[in-house]
Design a protein around this ligand. Structure first.
Ligand code: NAP
Length: 467
């Protein structure tokens, strides 16, 4: 739709700036919040998600045994409830509506759809049954509608010796969830089939492997400490792996976060295996070389490493084979392109300047980016707030100087979607899902049970609409 010459050149209360935010996770919700908190530029925000549910990784990433962290939903919900924000779920940009069509419905688009893919190791055997990406396991235990139940549950049925590759917070989440008892997981909002499969998994040992040393691990102390509080798992650390060369010792002394991690690990290095407990080993200086097995993974070959002056892991040639029926690679997430929006392949992020999307090296008018798809998969939920504010500041500055203008009258996005047979899920529909999940949880004395099937989520919406 061409610019209407009669349309007001700058946003006003009658003609607010229409902004579509693509991705209703924390980055998208913080973007909507930053847009609606200010008074200078009148706005109307459509917060679009391909799932019928909001909250992104807060719902489908933060581990369900972290209820306090997941409680950030309540804060995020306040932004969703804002009268100038419209949640439009169950709409996939690129499928239900093309990016070009979306851009013709609004004055600006902010991409906040995160980084959903997993990184690969690029080693032999990685695709064998029994080898999973952390994203697959996390999606499954959080009840993501796209989780591959059959693959994950089949892998778990044989999972006696588990090896998790990577020493970030996601690796700790995975190791911790697998080492927990059924009683510990019982009060969480995991779907019932997940609780049943985890309770039946024959996990006898869990090893979390870092390719560099404990001083280079990216986990945070709070998450690390929690491993020591599990009901029936004992963390084991080899004291030899905590010995520091002089340069590392100097660095550790200057970095309080790393020093805290090392203090925790040192305490654990005194632990001995406890009868009846799952040994949860944290091992360092081991990089994966290949996964071994005919029809499925039976072991993993690792190479001992040393950390060079640049902090890189360098192989020593010393190989070791660890038994493993389940290998989970937890080596980071990767952002993917949206049809019509290029993403840098290596970094998995959209090229941008202060949140303004760059096309052919120049800011593309009306296109912005925030969250993991902007800066890569790092940081906790709260980091997205600052990030979203930076992007929104640029967007508002563009509105103020006339770079961003309000178009003439356009069709309403939701009407367009409904007219073509899509089934957008709006805020009141999400409330119906929310209520259904709480009711489902109450049947077993829980606050909530996540409904994992898209059809079940939509059925809750339809049932509420029919009442
Ligand atoms: P991460 O912190 O970047 O950790 C990735 C891990 O994978 C690192 O240990 C990395 O080692 C390792 N790795 C990468 N490539 C490898 C390879 N080829 N072979 C072996 N190891 C490899 O990422 P994440 O754990 O996915 O977490 C993503 C973000 O979410 C982080 O900011 C994290 O803090 C956050 N998060 C927070 C929480 C929480 O607060 N509770 C929970 C989950 C996630 P190198 O360092 O050697 O590259």
């Amino acid at each position: 739709m061409a610019d209407d010459a009669a349309a007001p050149p700058s946003p006003s209360a009658d003609h607010p700036l229409r902004v579509a935010v693509v991705g209703a996770g924390p980055a998208g919700i913080f973007t909507a919040d930053a847009l609606t908190r200010q008074q200078d530029v009148p706005v109307a925000v459509d917060l679009i998600d391909r799932l019928p549910t909001p909250f992104g990784l807060v719902r489908h990433g933060i581990a369900p045994d972290h209820p306090r962290m997941r409680a950030i939903r309540d804060t995020l919900h306040r932004s969703l409830d804002h009268p100038l924000v419209r949640f439009v779920g169950n709409v996939e940009v690129g499928t239900d509506i093309t990016l070009d069509e979306l851009r013709r419905h609004v004055d600006a688009v902010v991409y906040t759809y995160g980084a959903a893919l997993d990184r690969h190791l690029g080693i032999d055997g990685e695709d064998l049954p029994g080898s999973l990406a952390a994203t697959e396991l996390v999606s499954w235990y959080c009840g993501h509608p796209d989780a591959d139940r059959a693959t994950v549950e089949s892998a778990l049925r044989r999972a006696r010796s588990v090896v998790v590759i990577g020493v970030g917070n996601v690796a700790l989440d995975v190791g911790r969830v697998l080492a927990r008892t059924a009683e510990e997981l019982e009060p969480t909002d995991m779907p019932q089939h997940v609780l049943d499969a985890l309770a039946a998994a024959p996990v006898e040992e869990v090893t979390v492997l870092g390719r560099r040393g404990p001083a280079q691990a990216t986990f945070t102390t709070q998450e690390l400490r929690e491993l020591g509080e599990l009901a029936r798992a004992t963390v084991l650390v080899d004291p030899a792996e905590l010995e520091l060369d002089p340069a590392t010792a100097e660095r550790v002394a200057a970095d309080r976060a790393v020093a805290r991690n090392l203090a925790v690990l040192k305490e654990w290095s005194q632990h001995r295996p406890e009868p009846g407990h799952v040994p949860l080993r944290l091992r360092f200086f081991r990089r994966p070389v290949r996964l071994i097995g005919e029809d499925r993974v039976t072991a993993i070959e690792v190479e001992r490493t040393a950390v060079d002056d640049e902090g890189r892991a360098v192989g020593t040639g010393e190989l070791e084979v660890l038994p493993a029926d389940l290998v989970v690679r937890s080596v980071g997430y990767l952002g993917t392109p949206l049809p019509g929006l290029p993403v840098d392949e290596r970094s998995g992020t959209v090229r941008h300047e202060d949140g303004r999307v760059l096309r052919d090296g120049r800011p593309s008018p009306g296109e912005y980016v925030a969250g993991w798809i902007k800066r890569g998969p790092s940081g906790v939920v709260g980091h997205n707030k600052h990030d979203a504010r930076e992007t929104v500041a640029g967007l508002l500055a563009d509105a103020a100087d006339g770079t961003l203008r309000v178009r003439g009258p356009v069709d309403d996005l939701v009407h367009t979607l409904q007219a073509r047979g899509a089934e957008p899920v709006l805020l009141e529909d999400w409330r119906a899902i929310d209520a259904a999940e709480q009711a489902l949880g109450a049947t077993r004395g829980r606050a909530r049970t996540t409904m994992h099937e898209r059809e079940a989520l939509l059925a809750a919406v339809r049932a509420a609409a029919a009442r």
